[in-house]
Design a protein around this ligand. Structure first.
Ligand code: P53
Length: 471
């Protein structure tokens, strides 16, 4: 059935990308290696410093050289917003360089200029799961407070350079995912069962401080800037009405709310104080930092949404999802994607309402999509993918987003993950495809890198053109 009503005027229909997963050109024009290069086979695999041999992210989908063609396709798709990230190591190859690498800046100058010429609003993620590897090998990653100053050097440069061109900024991608993948987030190379919790939360604290400093600096440079945070939000439902399961769901959800509470409310929540106390975690948090967090909360909240989870006080014998990394239990009512992620469109309405009830700040869905196995076939002499499953996924989620807007949620935009196929972050595969545009590249690195429009390309264009009423 079709939606009768439109989305709000000026709704940002968009797509989202991340530098390390699309650009390739890993060491071109002076770029330094990053933490993403040190995870050549995925975020839960072995850290390699330096990375050995060939790996997909080295070339990725060659966006560094092919962006003019890709941006033309995005314009043809009628995208109103593109969320990109800027690779810190293209600008400061070691992270602590005194002067920026002009060649790296030139790439983003032209990328941003081209988007603006095409009438596509730019949203920039300042740090999307990668920072210069040198900051791990010489500083120990984010557990070292020195990274705050180095991040600010990078961030202030971008704010000044792209003032008047970029209005929407995100401080850190999925800042909460450090709790699952600490090297990916803060550069601590330890498995979760061996990590020093004080060290991990101190590193997280440094990112939270850096995020608040970015909000402060951004507003000083341009009071029109809209600066947001970004979390991976997979709501937990209690598996049963058993009170212990309900409580467990609250505790699991707080692992995400901790970050949004600090970034949007400006204080460390009481439940975290208890968690730190119970687990012998002693953090250095100064009065000045507390004041900084309090005075520099975000202008809006953004999040990725892919799935929901269940929580159970007694997990024994229950089916787990997403491996052993997190303690999520499968929901018997939901189907799974090819990669085992449980598909839950109504959960997006729940997520939007929950965040809006809690913070009353504007919201952006900055990632939502389905990783799937696609078959490239020929139809009427054209190569394409009949990805009805992808269309069904986005359609169902957008319908729920529309419902949430009717519920009163101030939702400003939706940037789909992703407009074109890219290297997956979690498993570093090409085969796990999200795009509306197919990229001819395979897990073994073979392929022409040619682009082909999938069925979803045309579908998304129609949805955007009708401002949602074609849903
Ligand atoms: P991939 C975990 C859970 C949900 C989203 O993921 C996550 C992660 C960590 O990988 O990551 C985000 O590629 C992330 C993107 C990533 C996308 O979701 O593992 O912001 O960089 O590509 C999809 O299938």
């Amino acid at each position: 059935q079709r939606l009768q009503k439109q989305f709000p005027k000026n709704f940002f229909w968009g797509g989202a990308l991340a530098a390390s997963q699309v650009e390739g050109a890993a060491t071109a024009d002076g770029k330094g290696l990053t933490t993403a290069d040190a995870l050549p086979h995925g975020v839960f695999e072995k850290v390699e410093i330096p990375p050995q041999g060939d790996y997909l992210k080295k070339i990725a989908v060659d966006f560094y050289h092919r962006y003019p063609e890709d941006l033309s396709l995005f314009a043809e798709m009628k995208l109103k917003m593109l969320r990109i990230s800027i690779s810190w190591a293209r600008i400061f190859p070691n992270g602590d360089d005194e002067t920026p690498n002009e060649k790296g800046l030139a790439f983003y100058d032209d990328l941003i200029e081209t988007l603006r010429r095409k009438g596509i609003e730019v949203m920039v993620t300042l740090e999307h799961f990668e920072f210069p590897l040198h900051l791990v090998t010489h500083y120990g990653g984010w557990k070292n407070p020195k990274l705050i100053d180095l991040y600010m050097r990078f961030v202030k440069l971008l704010f000044k350079r792209y003032q008047g061109k970029v209005k929407y900024w995100l401080t850190f991608n999925e800042i909460n995912v450090t709790l699952e993948a600490p090297f990916n987030g803060v550069g601590i190379n330890r498995s979760l069962d061996q990590i020093d919790q004080t060290e991990m939360y101190q590193a997280i604290h440094h990112q939270l401080v850096a995020s608040a400093l970015a909000v402060k600096a951004g507003h000083e440079i341009d009071s029109n800037f809209m600066i947001g945070n970004m979390v991976a939000y997979s709501p937990y439902y209690p598996l049963t009405p058993k009170p212990e399961d309900v409580l467990e769901a609250i505790q699991e959800n707080r692992k995400t709310f901790f970050f949004t509470d600090v970034q949007a409310r400006g204080t460390y929540p009481a439940y975290m104080q208890r968690y730190f106390k119970d687990n012998g975690i002693n953090l250095k948090i100064t009065k000045a930092e507390q004041q900084l967090l309090q005075e520099n909360t975000v202008d809006f909240i953004s999040f990725s949404y892919y799935m929901s989870y269940c929580a159970s006080a007694n997990k024994e014998g229950l089916e787990k999802i997403r491996g052993n990394v997190i303690s999520a239990v499968a929901n018997p009512y939901l189907k799974k994607s090819d990669w085992g992620w449980q598909i839950d469109p109504v959960g997006l309405r729940i997520a939007l309402n929950t965040l809006y009830d809690r913070y009353q700040k504007p919201l952006f869905i900055v990632e939502n999509g389905i990783g799937a196995n696609d078959d490239l076939i020929e139809v009427a002499g054209q190569k394409t993918v009949q990805d009805d499953y992808r269309i069904a996924y986005h359609k169902a989620h957008l319908q729920q987003a529309w419902e949430a807007i009717q519920d009163g949620v101030d939702l400003r935009g939706y940037t789909a993950w992703t407009p074109l196929d890219i290297v997956s972050n979690g498993v570093a595969e090409m085969k796990k495809r999200y795009g509306f545009i197919y990229v001819d590249r395979n897990n073994d690195g073979t392929g022409t890198l040619k682009r082909y429009k999938k069925k979803s390309f045309y579908w998304y264009r129609d949805v955007i053109e009708s401002n949602g009423s074609a849903l």
